[in-house]
Design a protein around this ligand. Sequence first.
Ligand code: BGC
Length: 243
Amino acid sequence: MNILGIDIGGSAIKAAPVNTVNGTLAAEKIRIATPQPATPLAIAEIIAEITENFNWTGAIGCGLPAVIRDGIACTAANIDAEWIGIDVVELLSTRTGLETTVMNDADSAGLAEMHYGAGTKASGTTIVVTAGTGLGTALFRDNILIPNTELGHLQLHGKNAEQIASAAVRTKLNLSYSEWAKRFDDYLHRLEELFWPDLFIIGGGISKAHAQFFPHLTIQTKILPARLRNDAGIIGAAAAVLR
Ligand code: BGC
């Protein structure tokens, strides 16, 4: 069954029909820069354009960088604060006329990795970390998602970890991979001492450069790059419809 997966990020909105049987993209993805300010109406408009672009009449699944409880956004870290309190399912299903599922973007990327990617054989505790504009996390116990963990906002050296170790910080401060790895390593150590995971899976745009920073990491936990790389958000958003 194909579902249109839409990954709404702080910098870009990416979408493609996803074959949910094997977790692959069923058509070439499209990428649109996230409108600024990233308000609910501006983003709903783009999502409607995307569904029209694909002539989509089936279900859609969306990942949003926000805590999502019962379809309602409860936070808004890298999108406009107007999202807080919005019933995202209602907004997007009304605007598109399509059956809509919404979940946190890191949770959807994590779901994709656990179902179709690097975590298919994982048992115990797995933390998927997506490093992009923000720092997202998805926590799994034996493949069961514990949603909305928001561990990217843990305190690290007295600051919000996302402001120290996201991929966007690397770009902004022009850090080399080894310089950034030191920060990311500190962050993973923090997760390690709090959760004692059995596996870390690292996703987000930076995961394609894993060979450049994994060798600098000193954590004890097994670590794998996301296999679905930057498509995990799209694939997981679609797969969330089937949960
Ligand atoms: C948000 C999370 C999101 C992460 C990755 C963070 O700033 O708080 O909800 O999953 O960025 O986009």
